[in-house]
Design a protein around this ligand. Sequence first.
Ligand SMILES: [Zn+2]
Length: 439
Amino acid sequence: MSNQTYLADTIECGIKGGWRDMWVGTQIDTTKLEHIKADRKGILEEKVSLAKQSVGLDALLIWAHGDPQSIDTLCELCAGMGIETYLWYPILADIPDFEIPKSAKVVNHEGRRGYGEIGRWQRLGTYASGREKFEFLCPNSEETISQIFNLYKNQLNRHDFDGVFLDRIRYPSAAMGFEMLFSCFCDNCKRMFKQQFNMDLQNLRSAVEAHFGKRDIYSIDLIKNAGSIHEILYPEVMGDFLIFKNRSVYKVVKKFSDYAKTKGKKVGLDLFSHSLAGAVSQDYELLSTACDWIKPMIYCHSTGPAGFPLELHSIIHSLLTLNRDLKLEGVAAGLSDILKVKLPETLNLLMTNGIPEELIFYEIKNINMLNLKSGVDIYPGFEVMKMDDLCVITEKILGSYLDNVFAQKAKGMVMSWDLLDMPAENLDFTKRYLREHTG
Ligand SMILES: [Zn+2]
């Protein structure tokens, strides 16, 4: 049976069977209202009420940046409407009111900090008026993490949230420059790696340098035969180092999650989707032990970090740059086999048209096969907004996203990522879809 037939049958079967109510969340960034002097409260009230009335919003994830008054307004509004509120907090990059010291930024095998060069996103450093830099801090910089932890505690205690939603809990992705995938070799990492694996990280650094010096780096055979994207990206010699990196991210998440739990708050995690998570050291099974639910970011149309079009563009561009013998067709075919959806024929089309929404179906399927902590729910996140320069979601795309979410019987979903950029017609379309398919 072809993938498409199987998918169509599953959707049909699910629709006939009827659905229970679905948990619906969305995200909001109030800094977008900073230029508005009057009646911010009115705008927030209108947006939140519309989301409640149309899709029965269950949870609002509120970006930690933004004026405290707007955040308080949202907490009050939501409490009145039976909507849970989460503090959406970025931990390892773009932390509110905090400049990451240079010494704490991740260091790659070349000693580079911050961004790499190969395959880097053109808009890095300028996105969101330069507020979202995606410059990553080493998860083992304990002193800096403690400072961020204190800021987090203050913000969590300052407002009346029901939970926390932890973001930027990873190492740099290919969109920050391919070379940065080979981080971190800072003194803290050297010391901790030695403690855990009784091995000198310097030897691995030499192995990574040798990897980049190879003539047949990233051969077409490797790409064709790999079972996952991270298996393509990282040489086998990095095995223990990848485990170490997964644990390093987990350790930070656990610290922030444990605190929230002691305060009686729920914990959600914003993770790269399954196919990309291994490349940025997010281990779903390990991280599931430190949360109540996970939102895999299954963005098929956004050209920003975590979105498949941009991340795949950066990876493909880098592979073609590092091995001039490779052809786009071969690389795209290898990645299409892994993802189970066909990638567009050119890199331009990848960025302008995105990739098929069926990806949601296969990503959730793969996540459901993992050994996650029991009771941890998966709420796929997909774009519902219209932002001319980043992603435009039409009703056709939205309908296809929802079909695939429902085909996998997801218990919930996060309409990403910003309620303020979500057109009323997309909320209305989702309302009609839910009416037809739930209950
Ligand atoms: Zn480090």
